[in-house]
Design a protein around this ligand. Structure first.
Ligand code: BDR
Ligand code: CA
Length: 322
């Protein structure tokens, strides 16, 4: 892996989570909040599972309040891809409200005034070399931040993303994964920016499945977080079943677990690029396994994971939340 961190490390890795919450996003945020290996500096909101970014930001605030972490800032970002109209179908998987259509209380917490891209740039400038950008939505906010600060790849520590599908089929079409497909031009800029990337694409995220007995075990932990995860996943797991999968993939948490427990993963370095114009292949992430592009590998591509240990860790951590 590009960066190995030991479970005993003294200082947590500072992270900003760029997210479109989202059922699996909310699950990933809760995992981060429960994990001493990372310190969440902020949540930045991007369109993706909906283009109503105010609603997605409200969902982020709901999750932070549930975890009793209202001090963590939420900054609202892009509502549209860089160059094309939004065409996502997130509501069919995450519900119209992004949280599986369960009723959620109006949070007291409000997002900060600062736009997401500016927040990312200012945090990275204030703590050079320290902040890891964890992206679990389309890469539009990061592309906008790169526009504001071309030195961002040197100012950030690294980028860890959930997105793409190099060695396996896509989930929006035969070759493209939703986060990259939602804004391929932004993803391309990010892969060309010159920072070390850890990529949790469908290659690895589809290997971690949660079924109803497991989700019931989270519900029965006796805390609000476990109950919330059970409730929001009712809609999401049904959407998987309707598509022929007996249980659900928990994509976004893989990006977090790769930071918290890198030793659970197998990976390979590879140069990744993004197709932006193909009639059938727009949004495809291509792995240059033979070095034919003539560029050194910028991406550590996660390929396999100990799913059993992942699920055990997830439950253990969620149990520590309110
Ligand atoms: C990704 O798309 C979104 O629907 C999920 O939240 C995840 O980030 C999976 O392709
Ligand atoms: Ca997401």
């Amino acid at each position: 892996m590009a960066e190995q961190t030991s479970p005993e490390r003294a200082t947590p890795e500072r992270i900003i989570i760029d997210t479109d919450p989202g059922v699996d996003d909310s699950m990933a945020i809760l995992l981060a909040l429960a994990s001493p290996e990372v310190q969440v500096e902020g949540l930045t909101i991007v369109f993706g599972n909906s283009d109503n970014v105010r609603m997605l930001a409200r969902n982020a605030c709901v999750v932070l309040e549930l975890a009793q972490r209202p001090e963590i800032p939420v900054a609202v970002g892009a509502a549209n891809p860089l160059v094309r109209p939004y065409h996502g179908r997130g509501a069919s998987v995450h519900g119209a409200n992004g949280l599986g259509d369960i009723p959620v209380p109006e949070p007291s917490k409000q997002p900060v005034e600062q736009p997401a891209a500016q927040f990312i740039v200012e945090q990275c400038r204030a703590h050079p070399g320290q902040i890891t950008l964890v992206t679990i939505g389309p890469l539009t906010n990061i592309a906008l931040a790169l526009r504001l600060e071309p030195e961002l790849p040197r100012l950030a520590r690294r980028l860890v993303m959930m997105g793409g599908a190099v060695t396996v089929p896509g989930n929006v079409n035969p070759v493209a994964e939703a986060n990259v497909h939602n804004d391929p031009e932004a993803a391309r800029l990010v892969f060309h920016a010159g920072w070390p990337i850890t990529m949790a694409g469908l290659d690895v995220t589809t290997r971690v499945r949660m079924d109803d007995p497991y989700l019931e075990s989270l519900r029965d932990l006796g805390n609000r977080a476990g109950r919330f995860i059970y409730d929001i996943t009712r809609f999401y797991i049904r959407a998987y079943r309707e598509r022929g999968h007996p249980n659900m993939a928990v994509h976004d948490s893989s990006a977090l677990v790769s930071i918290i427990r890198p030793e659970l993963f197998q990976s390979k370095p590879v140069t990744v690029d993004v197709e932006t114009v193909g009639e059938l292949t727009r949004g495809q992430t291509i792995g240059d396994w033979r070095g034919q592009y003539g560029r050194p590998p910028q991406t550590e591509l996660l390929l396999d994971v100990d799913a059993k240990a992942f699920r055990a860790l997830y439950r253990e951590r969620i149990a520590t939340l309110p």
